[in-house]
Design a protein around this ligand. Structure first.
Ligand SMILES: Nc1nc2c(ncn2[C@@H]2O[C@H](COP(=O)(O)OP(=O)(O)O)[C@@H](O)[C@H]2O)c(=O)[nH]1
Ligand SMILES: [Mg+2]
Length: 195
């Protein structure tokens, strides 16, 4: 874990030396974007629906038959675009869905990435969190399906995980409407920091 810790802190130092935001922003005042990323069946769409409500468009990603949903998230006077992406296991794509999500991340460079994982399987899912951090994204990790994890006796030391990764880590049971206020609060705090 120490080695992983050092790696993450080195990456964040390198990230601070580069000016990636300016390099990728087409418009200075473009609407900020949040992408929901994660394996299939981790609750991305449940969280997307709760964040966006009525204003949602679903379209095929250009040149593919893979659907991507986009919606609006409003707070105060600010509006964000939220993107519900096709399931992804790794930044190195095997399926067409993964290729779409990888391309979307590269081409649209979201200001914030919510990596949503199933709390029952964090060991299998954390490598993608590291890949997203390594790729320079501002990441928030959501440990969803906590209700089932707890029922199985799985306990996760969120504080320690947060310290090791250097990013916010939240617990949620989105289908039971738990943890969503905390997700909203964290999005609003984090998006302010996204220059
Ligand atoms: N028990 C439980 N089920 C959940 C939770 N979040 C989502 N689900 C269920 O998991 C399934 C997949 O959710 P969905 O949002 O479609 O996942 P996606 O493939 O990541 O978009 C659905 O049946 C949801 O109702 C949760 O926190 N707890
Ligand atoms: Mg979905």
């Amino acid at each position: 874990m120490e080695c992983c810790n050092q790696k993450v802190s080195m990456i964040s130092r390198i990230r601070n030396l580069t000016n990636r935001k300016d390099a990728h922003k087409v418009e200075q005042n473009a609407q900020k974007k949040i992408a929901l990323i994660g394996n299939p069946n981790v609750g991305k769409s449940v969280i997307f629906n709760s964040l966006t409500g009525a204003y949602v468009t679903v379209s095929n990603y250009p040149g593919t038959t893979v659907e991507v949903s986009r919606g609006r998230y409003t707070y105060g006077n600010s509006k964000l675009e939220v993107i519900d992406t096709p399931g992804m296991y790794s930044m190195i794509p095997i399926t067409e869905e993964e290729r779409v999500t990888r391309n979307l991340l590269i081409n649209e460079r979201p200001d914030l990435v919510l990596h949503i994982i199933d709390a029952k399987n964090i060991n299998r899912m954390l490598p993608l969190t590291l890949q997203l951090i390594e790729a320079g994204f501002q990441v928030v990790l959501v440990l969803n399906i906590m209700d089932e994890a707890k029922a199985l006796g799985i306990e996760i030391n969120c504080r320690e995980l947060q310290k090791i990764l250097g990013i916010p880590v939240l617990e949620a049971s989105a289908a039971l409407n738990k943890g969503l206020n905390e997700i909203r609060k964290t999005i609003e705090e984090q998006i302010k920091d996204a220059a």
